[in-house]
Design a protein around this ligand. Structure first.
Ligand code: ATP
Length: 271
C-alpha cells in the first residue's frame, strides 16, 4: 500500500469539506454516500477520480448499520446533497452506498431507499471495508473499519475479499466509557475524545475497549496467515490505536494519517 499517495488524496478530500473544485457541466461525477452511526458523509469526485467536494453531518439516525430513523436519515442526505449541488452547480443523480459487512438484505434495501428518497439512483452497494480497499489497494491482509457503532473487517487474499465480519463495538462505546469516567454527558465525552490533544490523557480509560476491538479482530483472523492489518474509520483517529492492536495481534498494523475519510472516498470511487 502506497501510504503517501493515500495520505495525499485523503488530505485533498479533507480540503474539499471547505473548498469546491470546479467541474465541467458534462463530466461524469462519482458520488458516495456513507450512512454511518455517527456521521453521514457525501463525497463527490471528478472523472479523473480526484475529490471535488465533500459534506458531512453528525446524525444519530443509523445504529450499528441499521437505519433507525428513516425520515431523519433521508432529510440529512437531502440537505447534504442540496449543499453540494449548490457548491458544484451540478445535479447529483447517482450514488454508491456501503453497509457494514453482513448487513441483511432488507436492511441493505432500507439504506438504498434513504438515498433514493433523497433523489439519487443507487448504482452500487458494497460493504464498508471493501469500499475502503478501493482507496488502499490491499492485496493480502485485513482491513479493519472501526466507526461509531461497529468494528468491521475484510480479509483479502490476492486482492479478493475472502471473509467479512462485523461486531457491535465502536467509537460510541469509547464515548460511553469516557462519559462515565469523566462524569460528563455523552456529547461532551465525544468532544473530549475527538480532541486529538487529549488522546494521551484519555488513553488509560479507553484502552480496555480498544483491547476488546483488537480481540474481536483476533477471533476472526485466527488460523489464517495474515501478515498485515490496516486500520480505517473515524475511531482509528485515536492516537495509539495501532500500538494496542499490534500488541494484541502480534502482526504489523498500518494506519493512514487520517483514517476517517477513507471509506467514504472508497464508496465514491466504487460508484
Ligand atoms: P459505522 O461505520 O459504525 O456505521 P460511522 O460510519 O459513523 O459508523 P465513522 O464516521 O468512520 O463511523 O467514525 C465515527 C466515529 O469516529 C465516531 O465515534 C467519532 O466519535 C469517532 N471519531 C471521529 N474523529 C475522531 C478523532 N479525532 N478521535 C477519535 N475518534 C474520532
Amino acid at each position: 500500500v502506497d501510504f503517501s499517495s493515500v495520505d495525499r488524496t485523503i488530505a485533498d478530500l479533507e480540503t474539499c469539506l471547505k473548498t469546491t473544485r470546479e467541474v465541467s457541466p458534462t463530466e461524469e461525477l462519482l458520488v458516495g454516500v456513507d450512512l454511518g452511526t455517527a456521521y453521514i458523509v457525501l463525497v463527490v469526485m471528478n472523472s479523473k477520480k480526484e475529490p471535488v467536494a465533500c459534506a458531512m453531518e453528525f446524525a444519530q439516525v443509523i445504529k450499528d448499520g441499521l437505519v433507525v430513523d428513516y425520515i431523519g436519515a433521508m432529510t440529512v442526505v437531502k440537505r447534504l446533497k442540496a449543499q453540494l449541488e449548490e457548491r458544484l452547480g451540478r445535479e447529483l443523480e447517482k450514488a454508491a452506498i456501503a453497509v457494514p459487512p453482513g448487513t441483511g438484505e432488507s436492511d441493505c434495501k432500507t439504506h438504498g431507499y434513504v438515498v433514493e428518497g433523497a433523489g439519487m439512483e443507487v448504482t452500487n452497494l458494497l460493504d464498508e471495508p471493501t469500499a475502503a480497499n478501493a482507496v488502499l489497494g490491499v492485496e493480502n491482509g485485513v482491513i479493519v473499519d472501526i466507526g461509531g457503532g461497529t468494528t468491521g473487517l475484510s480479509i483479502l487474499e490476492n486482492g479478493k475479499v475472502v471473509y467479512v465480519a462485523d461486531e457491535a463495538t465502536g467509537g460510541t462505546h469509547l464515548s460511553l466509557v469516557l462519559s462515565g469516567a469523566y462524569k460528563v454527558s455523552f456529547e461532551e465525552a465525544e468532544d473530549i475524545k475527538k480532541d486529538n490533544t487529549r488522546h494521551k490523557e484519555i488513553f488509560a480509560a479507553v484502552r480496555p475497549v480498544i483491547q476488546k476491538m483488537a480481540t474481536i479482530v483476533k477471533g476472526h483472523i485466527e488460523g489464517r496467515n495474515i501478515k498485515s492489518v490496516y486500520l480505517v474509520g473515524g475511531t482509528c483517529c485515536l492516537t495509539g490505536m495501532e500500538t494496542v492492536f499490534e500488541k494484541e495481534l502480534g502482526i504489523p498494523v498500518h494506519k493512514p494519517a487520517n483514517p476517517f475519510l477513507v471509506t467514504p472516498m472508497g464508496i465514491a470511487l466504487s460508484s
